[in-house]
Each structure stands twice: as C-alpha cells, then as structure tokens.
Design a protein around this ligand. Structure first.
Ligand code: ADE
Ligand code: ZN
Length: 347
C-alpha cells in the first residue's frame, strides 16, 4: 500500500477522505442512538411522562462529568421504548445515519436488561432490532448484526437469567458484551455467564479500561476470553498489557467523542488514539452513544483528526482495522478490505 501525504495540496482533502471511506462500526449502543426528538415522539406515542418540557431542555442536560452521570440519563431516556416498533424505529434511524457515513458493516450493542426490568419482553426488543437489521441489508446495503450486552452493575445471576430469556432468539444475535458502570464491577464478576456464552458459540467482547484500570482489561482477556476490548484506552498505563494486545492483535473499539464527553481525556488533542495505533494495536474509531456525545462515527473521525496529528496513513489503517476487527465471515471481510484498498488506491 502507498504512503499517503496531502501536504502539497492547498486545501486539506483528509476530511472528505475520512467521510467517504468505507468503514465498519463495532461499538454503538443502540439505546445511545436515541435522539431527543425521538425520545419525545416515543414518549407521546406511548403515553410516558418524561421530566423535560422540550427537546432543547433535554439536550441541555447532556453535560456529563463521568460515565455514571451519563448512564443515569441514558437509562432514563430508554424508558420510552415499549413496543417492538419502537425498537425498530430507533435502530432504523441509526442505520440511516450509518449508511450516510459510509458504514458498510455494523455490530450493534443492545441492553435487554434495561427493558426487561420494566416489563418489556425480550421478544419485542430482539425482534424489533433484528427486523431493522434485516431491512438495512435489503434496503440500504448495510450489513448489520446484534450483540447482547449484560449490565455489569447488576448481578451475574441476573445476567444468567437474561441469557436464558434470550435463548429462543439465539440466532438473532452474534455475540455478547459487558457494559454499564465499570469501576467496582470487574469482568471476573461475570466469569460463569461468559463461560456459558462461549459454550454457545457466541462471540465475546467486553468494555474494559474505559475508566477502569488495566487489570480489568487483563481479566476481560484472561477470564472472559474477550475477542475485542471496548474502549481499552487505559491500557497505555501498562506496557506488558500493550505488548499483549499488540501480539495477539486484540482490537480496541475506541470512542473519542465519548471519552471527551465523559472526561476520560480533557481535550481531543490529548486523546491517545494515535499512540495506540503507533504502538501497533488494532484500534478502531466508533461512536458509542452518538445521540448523547455529539456525533456519529464520521463526526468521531473528523473531529479527532482535526484535533490531532493523525494522517491519511492512519485513516487507511483505521478503515482496514474496522473490518479486520469485525465478526464478519472471512469472505465478507475480504470484500470489505478490498473495498478499502480500492478507495485509497483511487485517491
Ligand atoms: N453503556 C452505554 N454507553 C456506555 C459506555 N460508554 N460505557 C459503559 N457502558 C455504556
Ligand atoms: Zn460503550
């Protein structure tokens, strides 16, 4: 592959390259794509009271100091989701944004416990989301799959029950993840449920090293056998862990705007995405909760590149990494990576 430099050009074409390049998104919580406008319209449709009088007032509440301050509002926002059609509408709205951002493949997280705890059935959640994914393939040409996440602030027993409830829909999701409040809830708390998921042939991912220490990334790898780490940005504090992640090519699904909004880094200029890439890690760029953090995946690329020293070479690596890190099958991966190469060969 060529080395890319646009230094000789009068106008920086990098933003257009980033926006147009084929990419996968591997870290998006579908409940975090619920825009304030959709929260209000679903609240009205379902007769649910929400403690805000306008979209503007709700948006103003999106000022977070850490992960927990965000999660409190995020779970409250999800309370407007009741019917299967609500889950469809939420996912479809995200998939249209993904299409506009040249996302060819997406692996979407969902948090069933947030809904089943309110009496919404697993069936409605999974079937609504899955129908939107199926329509994305036929109507948008976007490949979309689902990953069921367990909430780590709840017990392992609750996670095991959730897995049991999801069994009738086993073919409608490809893997499981671990999310919610990280510190105080290490991966090893969920050793048994993830062992069961591995027996079921599910892919395994886990949030680790977002706010939590490198020890949580080690246990996500060694206890849960995570194939990818979500966030993982705290790994830079542990040289042996960095070496392990590089050697085993364990991808990190990094979410720069999320890290900025949740105060993991004080500014985007201080984000360590470049350091992770330069250390040879398979880092990727993702949106996490785009409705809450000020942007979808292309906004993450554009703002991070504008704030840092990342180059066209990094853009190529990130696009390639996004597909390499995906759970697409080998032939689909080959086609996606060929599309990335063809795109960069043509610029
Ligand atoms: N759930 C939704 N977004 C999350 C994040 N950034 N970290 C942990 N759990 C989440
Ligand atoms: Zn996340």
């Amino acid at each position: 592959m060529n080395n890319f430099s646009f230094d000789h050009l009068p106008v920086d074409p990098l933003p257009a390259v980033l926006a147009g390049m084929p990419k996968a998104e591997l870290h998006i919580h579908i409940e975090g794509s619920l825009e304030p406008e959709l929260i209000f319209s679903l609240a009205q449709r379902n007769g649910i009271a929400i403690p805000y009088t306008s979209v503007e007032e709700l948006r103003k509440a999106y000022a977070f100091s850490n992960l927990q301050s965000f999660l409190d509002i995020y779970y409250a926002g999800a309370s407007v989701l009741i019917r299967e059609q609500d889950f469809y509408d939420m996912a479809w709205a995200y998939l249209l944004k993904a299409k506009a951002d040249n996302v060819l493949h997406t692996e979407i997280f969902f948090d069933p416990q947030t809904h089943t705890a309110r009496g919404v059935s697993m069936e409605k959640v999974v079937k609504g989301l899955h129908r939107a994914c199926a329509d994305a393939r036929t109507q948008l040409g976007v490949s979309a799959t689902l990953i069921l996440c367990f909430l780590r602030h709840l017990s392992e027993k609750d996670a095991l029950e959730t897995l049991e409830q999801a069994m009738p829909y086993r073919d409608l999701f490809i893997g499981v993840g671990l999310d919610s409040s990280e510190v105080g809830h290490p991966p090893e708390k969920f050793a048994r449920v993830f062992a069961r998921c591995r027996e079921l042939g599910l892919h395994i991912v886990a949030h680790a090293g977002e706010e939590g220490p490198p020890a949580y990334v080690w246990s996500a790898l060694d206890v849960l056998h995570a194939e990818r780490i979500d966030h993982g940005v705290q790994s830079v504090k542990d040289a042996a862990l960095m070496a392990r992640l590089a050697k085993d090519r364990i991808p990190l699904t990094v979410c720069p705007l999320s890290n900025l909004k949740l105060c993991v880094f004080p500014t985007l200029a201080q984000h360590n995405l470049g350091a992770l890439l330069d250390a040879g890690l398979v880092a990727t760029v993702n949106s996490d909760d785009p409705a809450y953090f000020g942007g979808y995946v292309n906004d993450n690329y554009l703002q991070t590149f504008a704030a840092t020293r990342l180059t066209a070479q990094h853009a190529y690596t990130l696009a390639r990494n996004s597909f390499e890190a995906s759970f697409a099958d080998a032939s689909q991966k080959r086609r996606f990576i060929d599309a990335v190469d063809a795109y960069f060969d043509a610029i």
